[in-house]
Design a binder for this molecule. Structure first.
Ligand SMILES: Cc1cc2nc3c(=O)[nH]c(=O)nc-3n(C[C@H](O)[C@H](O)[C@H](O)COP(=O)(O)OP(=O)(O)OC[C@H]3O[C@@H](n4cnc5c(N)ncnc54)[C@H](O)[C@@H]3O)c2cc1C
Length: 332
């Protein structure tokens, strides 16, 4: 029987990463085009944690969940996790292996593919099954100017997929999920890296931006730190998270973990407000699926205006303080 396996990432707060549920819904669609392939999850976590996730798996359309638990899995470890993942994949032999393109997934996936001598299409934004029953994985190439659809000649066909590219199922897909515990063989593995402490990045955490309903993003047009202060005040007045273009990151106005776009994050908030951002394609691919987009730019010909629902042609240094005043008054 054909099978699609998904890596179930556990976050440092001991939740299942939301990308799993996005991939789970997509996998149901792929399964229909792929001999009704089974959909399974590969879960590596600290002892006892899997029990707390069982309902989530049952409600998300998984046929099987392969679980490796150990107290050595309290924190993510490249060496331990890749060894266990490879062992399970060798045992189960899935045709397709999908992993979220998160920090952890981007570390783990190439290790697994190298160990299995198989191909990996990284950072995909589209997945399909072609007429030959192969995984057709699409990702941006040539600086985002072209989309390349890539086939993998070896098994498992592996891909990493950016969070927020796919939507989770709108309602539960309940299955009679089988939970299979596998004893991890890690006794002989000496870790070369030890977890000491987690240090949070500047500005905002990646997870906050991931789940934000409103994002105010600043670009080079914010010009300097004083400009970014205006942006932060405005974001605070409407309860938004802050994002940035690469232009702003390159100027040192924002940290790289809040960059949005092709080499940053993909976000899908209800409202995205782009301030002083020109609208380069590499930025657009990271925010174009937002429900509503507002752009503020003093150049009426800026490409961002072709991608927004509402545009304000004006100077951010004048518009943002006015908006902040209005929303601060509304809040009080
Ligand atoms: C391989 C590759 C990957 C990339 N990945 C990313 C990515 O992930 N994310 C990303 O963002 N970019 C990415 N880029 C860079 C991208 O091509 C653009 O250079 C970048 O997005 C430009 O940032 P910006 O819009 O802030 O700056 P600019 O393009 O310089 O635009 C600044 C805008 O601000 C406006 N402005 C200036 N002053 C004011 C004012 N006072 N009031 C209002 N508006 C004002 C200007 O009219 C202008 O439109 C990538 C590029 C490459 C080649």
């Amino acid at each position: 029987m054909s099978s699609i396996m998904l890596y179930a990432e556990v976050t440092k707060e001991n939740y299942l990463h939301t990308v799993l549920f996005e991939l789970a819904y997509k996998a149901q669609e792929l399964s229909k085009k792929f001999d009704n392939a089974s959909v399974s999850a590969l879960l590596i976590c600290k002892s006892g944690l899997a029990e707390t996730f069982k309902e989530a798996f049952i409600n998300s359309g998984f046929d099987f969940v392969y679980i490796a638990e150990s107290n050595r899995f309290t924190h993510y470890s490249t060496e331990l996790y890749s060894k266990v993942a490879v062992d399970i994949i060798n045992e189960v032999k899935p045709d397709i292996m999908l992993i979220g393109a998160t920090t952890q997934g981007r570390d783990l996936a190439p290790r697994i593919s190298a160990a299995l001598h198989t191909g990996l299409t990284a950072d995909c934004i589209g997945l399909d099954i072609n007429e030959k029953g192969q995984l057709a994985a699409t990702r941006p190439t040539f600086g985002g100017k072209l989309m390349a659809t890539i086939l993998c000649k070896t098994l498992p066909q592996m891909a990493t997929v950016r969070p927020k590219v796919f939507k989770p199922a709108p309602e539960n897909i309940v299955k009679d999920t089988k939970f299979i515990y596998i004893k991890p063989e890690i006794d002989n593995i000496q870790k070369k890296v030890e977890f000491i402490e987690f240090v949070k990045g500047l500005n905002t955490s990646i997870n906050e931006l991931d789940s934000a309903e409103i994002i105010v993003a600043g670009g080079k047009g914010m010009k300097n730190e004083a400009g970014f202060e205006l942006l932060k005040n405005f974001a605070e007045s409407i309860g938004a998270c802050i994002g940035a273009s690469r232009g702003a990151v390159d100027m040192g106005l924002a940290s790289a973990d809040i960059q949005i776009g092709q080499t940053g994050k993909t976000v899908t908030p209800k409202l995205y407000i782009a301030c002083g951002i020109s609208g380069a394609i590499q930025h657009i691919v990271g925010m174009q699926d937002s429900d509503k987009i507002i752009a503020i730019n003093n150049d009426e010909k800026a490409p961002i205006f072709e991608h927004c629902n509402c545009g304000i042609v004006g100077d951010v240094f004048e518009v943002l303080p006015e908006l902040t005043k209005i929303f601060s008054n509304t809040a009080s």
